[in-house]
Design a protein around this ligand. Structure first.
Ligand code: GUN
Length: 378
């Protein structure tokens, strides 16, 4: 499947040919796609004092983007490509494990001191295999760190009222600190009505319009931030990658990842552009970015030539592509052509093992945060 790719300085072979083309249009972002093969996401975590964490973890690298990586644009389309990968690998699997351990310690402390155990309620409607896997992984993660989990499974043909009824009960249940309705919902349900029904104090997914609205507004604080974008930013923080004043490009504008990721980057004082399915010449925009977060669900779409030398790349995509050499018949790749981009970037998240494990880590962290806030526990 290798294809030959040339540019002004180098000619090399790549197996990123599953990308539609370098002028690829973005596919509609499918949240299920991101989680379809979420076995790789069975790693979890906890919340911590970042400064304390960094200083007590000498294994973590010093700043990656400290060279000024001139925020000015490199409009040229020729990029010197090294023959070897030189980017630092951002190890989401390890960070997620660290977070899981931190969350477990805090939960144990909370239980010992005030007798409260955080509880997470998950509502799953229908029989999508990917959603079922994802919910199972969330439950396993809760067990690992000591969060009580409550699960409601409803048939595909359930009514919206039934879902609302369960949400209402969980809203009133003091042993539940977080409520999550697994998306997507069956098409006969109104997602907006359902998400609006979760009380914002228990909205650990951060999808309630009030939480998203606060995320978007200066001087307002959301109670919760959506887990996947929060995980992306957490990785940047833990690797001490500066964001302030940097040019950031988010690829994809979904409610679950792209849009909140852009808002978060903006809150961190990055200058943010969003590339989406109607963007003309997306590679001209990505080539100006110091930081790229890609969440579009299009395998290997971001080629090495889309990347500015020294950029930091965060790949949210988890896409299965055919691979006859794999025993499973497929393998997972991100939205970013790792083979090419890792020769140009200064740091990159792998797929799997990058952002994927962080999503559930952040869900555990949000559930702990909720229980602490509700019980005024510091
Ligand atoms: N479906 C895909 N991703 C998510 C997520 O982060 N939360 C929920 N509730 N559903 C999802």
């Amino acid at each position: 499947m290798a294809s030959m790719h040339t540019n002004a300085t180098t000619m090399y072979f790549t197996n990123c040919s599953s990308s539609s083309s370098s002028t690829a249009r973005l596919l509609h972002f499918s949240t299920t796609k991101l989680h379809k093969f979420s076995n790789s996401i069975s790693h979890f975590h906890r919340q911590i004092n970042l400064h304390q964490y960094r200083t007590s973890n000498p294994k973590f690298p010093k700043s990656i983007l400290t060279h000024s990586s001139s925020s000015s644009s490199s409009s040229s389309s020729t990029v010197e490509v090294k023959s070897e990968a030189s980017a630092k690998v951002i190890d989401g699997k390890r960070v997620a494990k660290d977070i899981r351990e931190e969350v477990a310690v805090e939960i144990s402390k909370m239980k010992n001191e005030i007798g409260i155990v955080p509880g997470l309620a998950v509502i799953l409607v229908g029989d999508r295999k990917d959603s079922a896997t994802y919910v199972r992984n969330k439950k396993k993660a809760c067990d690992t760190v000591g969060i009580n989990s409550y699960e409601v499974r409803l048939a595909e043909d359930s009514t919206e009222e039934e879902v609302l009824d369960h949400i209402s009960k969980f809203n009133d249940d003091p042993s539940v600190h977080g409520i999550l309705v697994q998306l997507p919902l069956p098409s006969h349900m109104n997602e907006q009505n359902v998400l609006n029904a979760v009380c914002i104090e228990k909205d650990v997914d951060g999808f309630h319009p009030l939480n998203i609205g606060r995320l978007a507004m200066r001087g307002r604080e959301p109670l919760f931030v959506p887990c996947t974008p929060k995980g992306c930013i957490e990785l940047l923080h833990r690797y001490e990658i500066p964001v302030k004043g940097k040019r950031a490009v988010v690829i994809g504008r979904s409610n679950i990842v792209g849009m909140p990721a852009a808002l978060l980057l903006q809150r961190e004082d990055a200058t943010v552009s969003i590339v989406h399915s109607r963007t003309k010449n997306p590679e001209e925009i990505t080539r100006q970015a110091d930081i790229i977060i890609s969440a579009v669900g299009q395998p290997n779409m971001v080629r090495g030539s889309w990347v500015k030398p020294g950029a930091v790349l965060v790949d949210v995509g988890i896409n299965a592509i055919e691979d006859s050499e794999s025993p499973r018949g497929y393998r997972l790749v991100g939205d970013i052509c790792y083979e090419e981009a890792s020769k140009v970037a200064s740091a990159i998240t792998p797929v799997p093992g990058g952002v994927g494990p962080m999503t559930i880590a952040m869900l555990l962290s949000n559930t702990l945060l909720s229980a602490k806030r509700i019980h005024n526990f510091r």
